[in-house]
Design a protein around this ligand. Structure first.
Ligand code: NAG
Ligand code: NAG
Ligand code: NAG
Ligand code: NAG
Ligand code: NAG
Ligand code: NAG
Ligand code: NAG
Ligand code: NAG
Ligand code: ZN
Length: 456
């Protein structure tokens, strides 16, 4: 029996490691999910991040995260924790209106579970597991009772709570709670706020802001090391969207095209949600030629690639501004940076970095979708994912307990096989030649054979 066990262990090492999923036996895996709002993917290339680069050196980096349309804060944060497109999780904008119930939603009026109950975020699933709890130092939805459940530990949203306090409280919860906190979130408003204010092309101001972000990442790592959490905790640092440069000179004014009494604006820029008070076709006709710098869609004609159509909270007409353009009614705009645009634009993409026992060390990956993060997090925590739009396979290369063929390896295998084949062929030819030299007449015979077709 001992020998059989040994054989099983030798033959199927994957079976055994995939059950544990964590190097520290007995302890359940833990995950801290961090978002720095509006962290555009290429900030990493264009600015210095010594602390973040150290974190990446010992972990993994995904250079681009393709996020979901519309590329706004609440919708994308909810896609990260549900793996769903916006039309499926129901948080389709930062400002919403539901015609059937006449309810309004905004960033400062977001606590009605009605808006959130279309999906089950990962902290709720984790909270319902025996002997596990969740904690949140803010993240859209974590202070709302979704499916009658909040994280065991959370903060009501307030932008005036410092990063230091959020960090200090979330790490205290991660280290001391019973049942243990196994999933935690940490949210910070920058560099989004400064990106809007200065515009991403203001190198001077943005490098100051981004250095502050990097210092916060340094504080995070130091704190986790000090508390002895660093080695066993999985940490994901990511964001909801990027940022692009706007200008006073790139305004799309609606007032000259359609009388403001003819419709309600549920959301304005860069994706306007229009609820007409007049015939929809008529409103559409007035808007469709309003500006060459925006697309005007009837709800039923919204491109499939946006996965942004099948929800009552999506209004009958949406206007999508071209990158860098701002939709206004008549006034001017003071924003120098914005996001919300087409999710295929690289400027709208955030990044993802991760460190911990679940992740490889020193591995770089080019791109995944924002909805792929959810099944990966469920895998790390050993949770059964709810139906979602992500693909676990897309993140296998990031994880130590998964087998994945990386591109360089694949090329290596192909080149290696070709080389081996060439050598083998060479050897066979040499052997044949050797053989032929030992048989004096074989060459002559071969030549005879070669001549045959010519004769025939
Ligand atoms: C939960 O914790 C209790 C007490 O520590 C233990 O007896 C029980 O087996 C645990 N349940 C699971 C599912 O781990
Ligand atoms: C959040 O705010 C509500 C109402 O304002 C309050 O009842 C609740 O205790 C607060 N929760 C926390 C965790 O601070
Ligand atoms: C953080 O923890 C401290 C100490 O327990 C507490 O006094 C404070 O209210 C907490 N902060 C927030 C925002 O919950
Ligand atoms: C940007 O930075 C420069 C110099 O650092 C400063 O003079 C300027 O006021 C800043 N811009 C804004 C909008 O604060
Ligand atoms: C729509 O706008 C026109 C002016 O263009 C106005 O005469 C009309 O009363 C408006 N209709 C409604 C329903 O507000
Ligand atoms: C809206 O107007 C179009 C023509 O402009 C007409 O065909 C359609 O029936 C109208 N729809 C409604 C609901 O009145
Ligand atoms: C701009 O539009 C608003 C809302 O329709 C209106 O109250 C305001 O008077 C308009 N301003 C100008 C300068 O037209
Ligand atoms: C996304 O996932 C949900 C839940 O499984 C499903 O209902 C929906 O059809 C999916 N969307 C797409 C475009 O596949
Ligand atoms: Zn945001």
């Amino acid at each position: 029996i001992f020998i059989m066990k040994l054989l099983v262990i030798l033959l199927f090492p994957g079976l055994i490691t995939s059950c544990g999923g964590d190097s520290s036996y007995g302890l359940p895996p833990k995950l801290l999910l961090v978002s720095f709002d509006g962290f555009r993917a290429d900030y990493l290339k264009n600015y210095d991040f010594p602390h973040l680069q150290n974190f990446i050196k010992e972990g993994v980096l995904v250079e681009h995260i393709k996020n979901v349309f519309i590329t706004k804060t609440f919708p994308n944060h909810y896609s990260i924790v549900t793996g769903l497109y916006e039309e499926s999780h129901g948080i389709v904008a930062n400002s919403m209106y539901d015609e059937a119930t006449k309810k309004h939603f905004s960033e400062s009026n977001d606590k009605d579970p009605f808006w959130w109950n279309g999906a089950v975020p990962i902290w709720v699933t984790n909270e319902l597991q025996e002997n596990r709890s969740s904690a949140a130092a803010m993240w859209p939805g974590t202070d709302v009772s979704i499916h009658n459940t909040t994280p065991s530990y959370f903060m009501n949203y307030s932008h005036s709570v410092s990063f230091e306090e959020r960090l200090s409280n979330i790490t205290a919860w991660l280290s001391k709670s019973n049942p243990p906190v196994t999933f935690a979130t940490l949210y910070w408003e920058e560099p989004d706020a400064s990106g809007h204010k200065y515009g991403p092309e203001d190198k001077e101001n943005m490098s100051r802001v981004l250095k502050e972000i990097d210092d916060l990442i340094g504080d995070l790592v130091q704190k986790l090391k000090m508390l002895g959490l660093w080695e066993n905790l999985n940490v994901i640092i990511t964001s909801d969207h990027g940022m692009t440069q706007c200008s006073e000179k790139r305004l799309i004014k609606l007032d000259p095209c359609i009388d403001h009494s003819n419709y309600s604006v549920i959301d304005l820029s860069p994706v306007a949600a229009i609820l007409p008070k007049i015939n929809v076709t008529e409103a559409y006709d007035r808007l469709k030629n309003c500006s060459p710098h925006m697309h005007v869609y009837l709800k039923e004609d919204i491109p499939n690639r946006f996965y942004y159509q099948h929800n009552n909270r999506i209004q009958p007409i949406i206007l999508v501004a071209e990158e860098g353009w701002t939709i206004v009614l008549n006034a001017s705009s003071s924003k120098l940076g914005d996001h919300g645009y087409d999710n295929s634009l690289p400027s709208m993409h955030p990044f993802l970095a991760a460190h911990g026992p679940a992740f490889h060390k020193g591995y770089k990956h080019s791109t995944i979708s924002i909805v792929d993060i959810y099944p990966m997090m469920c895998h790390i925590l050993g949770l059964k994912p709810h139906p979602n739009n992500g693909t676990f396979g897309h993140t296998k290369c990031l994880l130590v307990d998964q087998w994945c063929l990386k591109l360089p390896e694949a090329i290596g295998i192909v080149v290696g096989s070709l080389l081996a084949l060439t050598i083998l062929t060479g050897l066979i030819i040499i052997m044949q030649n050797r053989l032929s030299t030992t048989r004096p007449f074989s060459r002559l015979q071969l030549q005879d054979d070669d001549d045959d077709p010519l004769i025939g």
